[in-house]
Write a protein that binds this ligand. Structure first.
Ligand code: NAD
Ligand code: MG
Length: 301
């Protein structure tokens, strides 16, 4: 562990213990190194056990936050990885790539704005081509606007377009394009949210996309089950990622995550176990159509 990483981890632990973060704000999509403290993606903690040996995964939004933690864990479990992200996030993507390659696995970079249908479909084509196939699709890219003036009256059409296209249209385009490549034993993991169960007034459009993602997960599991392909979702609670300072007011950071039973926000590293389990053809061989909550104690049923 470098001194820099040790300081970051200590700072993250300290902030977690106090249940809050310093006030800070970024423009979307947000970058990891501009966060205080920098999140913990499992860089110094995840130990692989060959659970995904020889598999190939495409992770949308794999540059940062939860997606980076999943990429690092998958690589250490023996999986090659392709990550999709917005072109503005190149620095974050290269850092994720560095960790995947350090684990001895291939990391393919496929930047594309997923709100553009042709770009989204072309991205899957490129990723599958460079990986030589596809065993795991993680639909993790997501976007929200947390509005200061709460309520439906403040929701603008251009904001709704970005939220619905990123979270729903893109998920369906990417999955459509990936499906023909998924063989028996493959799986899809969608990223839902605690917002699907307990929606915030300030996130009305975003929360509805996460409820729809749960519904799509059940539907796709029914469609793909007969082909031996499993489909599940992970529903995170409040997690310390660039999405938060990039889409919420600075003054909401100190209390972020403090309202969970565990009394703190989660770190991206704390999500990786759920994604490794659901992707594992051996450990999760009979698990499909379910949602795993990683919420610090808030219910997802
Ligand atoms: P993050 O900002 O690190 O990751 C989100 C990623 O989505 C970005 O890195 C970006 O690459 C990608 N993205 C957004 N718009 C895109 C577009 N138009 N084209 C391509 N990529 C795009 O934040 P995160 O919190 O790790 O988010 C990952 C997932 O977790 C999202 O689906 C989010 O809704 C979900 N989630 C997060 C939290 C939380 O508290 N952080 C809680 C519940 C659910
Ligand atoms: Mg990012």
């Amino acid at each position: 562990m470098t001194d820099h990483q040790k300081v970051d981890r200590d700072a993250a632990a300290m902030v977690n213990d106090q249940g809050g973060f310093p006030e800070q704000e970024q423009q979307p999509p947000g970058l990891t190194d501009d966060m205080t403290p920098v999140p913990d993606h499992g860089e110094t903690s995840w130990v692989g056990h060959d659970r995904l040996q020889g598999l190939r995964a495409l992770i949308t939004g794999g540059d940062s936050g939860i997606g980076r933690a999943v990429a690092i864990a998958y690589a250490r479990e023996g999986c090659d990885v392709a990550i999709n992200y917005l072109p503005d996030e190149q620095a974050d993507a290269e850092e994720t790539q560095r960790w995947v390659e350090e684990a001895g696995r291939k990391c393919v970079l496929v930047p594309a704005d997923l709100t553009d249908e042709d770009a989204a479909r072309g991205m899957v084509h490129d990723a599958v081509g460079q990986l030589g196939g596809l065993d795991i699709l993680v639909n993790n890219a997501g976007f929200q606007w947390a509005r200061r003036e709460e309520g439906l009256a403040s929701v603008r059409t251009d904001e709704m377009d970005r939220v619905f296209k990123t979270n729903l249209y893109a998920l369906l385009w990417v999955t459509q394009e990936a499906m023909p490549h998924l063989q028996r034993g493959a799986s899809i993991i969608n990223v839902s949210s605690i917002q699907a169960y307990d929606p915030s007034v300030s996130l009305i459009d975003y929360a509805s996309t996460k409820a729809a993602i749960n519904n799509i997960t059940v539907n796709l599991a029914a469609e793909l089950g007969p082909k031996g392909v499993r489909v599940n979702a992970v529903a995170p609670g409040p997690i310390w990622t660039p999405l938060q300072p990039a889409t919420k007011g600075a003054d909401s950071m100190p209390g972020f995550g403090g309202d969970t039973p565990l009394g703190r926000a989660g770190q991206p590293a704390e999500l990786a176990g759920a994604f490794v389990f659901l992707a594992s053809p051996r450990e999760a061989s009979y698990v499909s159509s379910t949602v795993v909550g990683v919420t610090g104690g808030r219910p997802v049923f």
